[in-house]
Design a binder for this molecule. Structure first.
Ligand code: SF4
Length: 468
């Protein structure tokens, strides 16, 4: 372990790879280990790096490293803190996968120590960075979060008022951001004016907190209170929280992919149960695209289990545990290198021959991005004797990049970009392929088209994407 910055320790570990997750706690007991536990609860949101910042009473102490929370924190002695802190797990969407970009980021600007964690992506980060560089400011990383840190530091030096400084900073940002921040002894969270990435506040057994997903409060013996509003800053205190709006004219645009794939099914995101949404996606898919005479419905585990359950329930076709997942091999969609993806997949899934052989199978997946996983699974099922494999996908074709915090950057990645349904299926090798309709997806979320981001489906983003 060596020292990275003042009050900051670097922990080495193994690197793996998704999006990002944040937590913030203010409790009547030290929170260091509780932050680590909270990050483990939302580990599915990011596997590249993990970190926490706590306040020891003298300094902000930052612990972070590359890898899963367990890998980074196993056996690490965390100093006693004053009961406030923030935590972050990361998968890089802006900035490369290096320890310097691991969060929370830390800065000491004399009167203030600041730590920041970020889930999302600042679309105008480069523009802001160039403008700051032209005024003589320099940057240590290529992360968009450092741009937020720099802007906030400049504002704090001018105003010495954390809330005013945050308001002034956030007004300059364009993009998706759910942030957690520690400024000396105070802990804040904030959400962009479109509420693109999720963020909730709640109680814990020993105080108050905020997290990317409500499941954190279930498991810390507390209760989710509400979503952080788009354009809102919330100060988390040990026995209450305070709200400061910095943008009242916001237009909600929650990421549809949180419901389809990212969030845990036991979370409630923006007032809507992820489990219930996925069940509904499955039910609608079954109504829109039935498979006559099918013997069984099989889910691509684990992410499509609930969608498949909904499909089976609506169609009356039995749900079968036809594919077994090796639970010690991590999710493949977000592995940074193509080579890694292929080899992980080979050992990740295996069909149960007795359940598949001679059967007409409805294979339900939550979404298709590159199609590598799907193609291999179809091939696998056929090899194990499936008579027919009919693919049913609970998300419309992903054809456009995400610039707002999900690692889907180039169009070339998408099997559905510039291909017809027939051409896509020719690559996947199924007997038939159907996607849920855009209307079906919107109906399943119950949020209304006007309250969702659907950019990667229809190329209409809630913010101006600029030069991309
Ligand atoms: S573009 Fe797609 S993945 Fe990105 S925020 Fe919008 S809905 Fe989510």
């Amino acid at each position: 372990m060596d020292t990275q910055t003042h009050g900051s320790e670097v922990i080495t570990g193994r690197s793996l790879g998704e999006s990002c997750g944040i937590v913030a706690l203010a409790e009547s007991i030290p929170v260091g280990y509780r932050l680590v536990q909270s990050l483990r609860i939302i580990q599915h949101r990011g596997q590249e790096s993990s970190g926490i910042s706590i306040n020891t009473g003298k300094v902000l102490k930052n612990y972070k490293g590359m890898g899963l929370v367990n890998e980074v924190f196993s056996g690490v002695k965390i100093e006693k803190d004053t009961g406030i802190g923030i935590g972050h797990i990361r998968y890089s969407t802006a900035g490369s996968s290096t320890l310097e970009n691991a969060q929370p980021l830390y800065a000491n600007i004399g009167k203030f120590e600041i730590a920041i964690g970020h889930n999302g992506e600042i679309v105008n980060a480069l523009q802001l960075k160039r403008s700051l560089e032209s005024k003589g400011y320099s940057f240590a990383t290529n992360s968009d979060t450092e741009v937020v840190m720099k802007l906030l530091s400049i504002e704090l030096s001018k105003t010495s008022d954390p809330v005013l400084s945050m308001k002034n900073t956030f007004k300059k940002l364009v993009g998706a951001y759910s942030l957690n921040l520690m400024i000396n002894q105070r802990v804040f969270v904030a959400r962009d004016p479109n509420g693109i990435r999720p963020l909730v506040v709640g109680t814990t057994e020993f105080g108050y907190g905020a997290a990317s997903e409500s499941v954190v409060f279930d498991q810390l013996n507390g209760k989710m209170i509400r979503d952080v509003r788009p354009g809102e800053i919330v100060e988390i205190k040990k026995n209450e929280f305070d709200s400061f709006m910095y943008n009242e004219s916001s237009k909600t645009a929650h990421c549809m992919f949180e419901y389809v794939y990212f969030a845990r099914p036991d979370s409630v995101v923006d007032g809507r149960s992820v489990f219930e949404t996925r069940m509904e996606l499955g039910r609608i898919l079954a109504r829109e695209s039935p498979v006559k005479g099918a013997d069984c419905v099989v889910a691509v585990p684990d992410s499509a289990r609930t969608h498949a359950q909904g499909y089976a329930e609506e169609s009356g076709i039995p749900l079968t545990e036809g594919l077994i997942k090796n639970r010690y091999v991590d999710r493949t969609f977000i592995m940074p290198e193509q080579a890694g993806r292929e080899s992980e997949l080979d050992i990740k899934l295996n069909p149960i021959r007795q359940l598949i052989e001679g059967k007409k199978v409805v294979l339900v997946d939550d979404s298709i991005i590159r199609g590598n996983t799907t193609r291999k699974i179809v091939k696998m099922l056929k090899k194990y004797g499936a008579k027919e494999v009919h693919l049913r996908i609970a998300c419309p074709p992903v054809r456009f990049p995400c610039y707002l915090g999900i690692d889907m950057k180039t169009k070339d990645q998408f099997i559905a970009a510039n291909r017809s349904l027939k051409e896509i299926n020719a690559k996947l090798g199924a007997d038939s392929l159907r996607y849920i309709s855009l209307e079906g997806l919107i109906e399943a979320t119950s949020l209304g088209k006007e309250n969702l981001c659907l950019g990667c489906l229809n190329d209409k983003y809630p913010v101006r994407i600029g030069s991309h």
